[in-house]
Design a binder for this molecule. Structure first.
Ligand SMILES: [Zn+2]
Length: 148
């Protein structure tokens, strides 16, 4: 998985601006690499709740790049995040995410505890909670219509 974060970092490393570093603090290069890694990690473990991952990573690391690089930085992030996302969506269902955590349905049961069933990969809900995914879609459509 980290090949995606390393690829983002490698493409952008030349353009990172280093401020004056004092002893004991980490460099901007390290900050950028860490931000890329945590974004990819989150994409791998929490894909359904990670809205607009490319935008979010861009906001985290843009202060470390000059104004003239910003558009390219976003393009690079967007491209690799799309690859990573596509890679993740093709993973076979093993019952575990790539960090080894068991996959669980996103729904909460009537008792208020998280549903323990195995979710379907396309929407993160187990078969008995599929109606929640439909409700979500309807709400998203209605919100989109209301905003139009
Ligand atoms: Zn469920």
């Amino acid at each position: 998985m980290y090949r995606f974060s390393r690829a983002i970092y490698r493409e952008l490393a030349n353009e990172i601006v280093e401020g004056p570093t004092t002893a004991g603090t980490i460099s901007n290069h390290e900050r950028v690499l860490k931000a890329c890694e945590s974004a990819i990690e989150r994409l791998a473990t929490d894909r359904h709740y990670f809205a607009r991952p490319a935008r979010s990573l861009f906001n985290d690391i843009r202060p470390y790049f000059p104004m003239s690089s910003q558009a390219r930085v976003f393009q690079v992030i967007d491209r690799y995040i799309a690859c990573a996302d596509e890679f993740l969506s093709r993973q076979p269902m093993t019952g575990y995410d790539l960090a080894g955590n068991p996959l669980q349905c996103r729904a909460t049961t009537r008792k208020g505890t998280p549903c323990q069933r195995m979710p379907l990969p396309h929407n993160g809900y187990c078969p008995s909670h599929q109606h929640l995914a439909e409700t979500e879609e309807t709400q998203a459509r209605e919100a989109a219509l209301a905003a139009a």
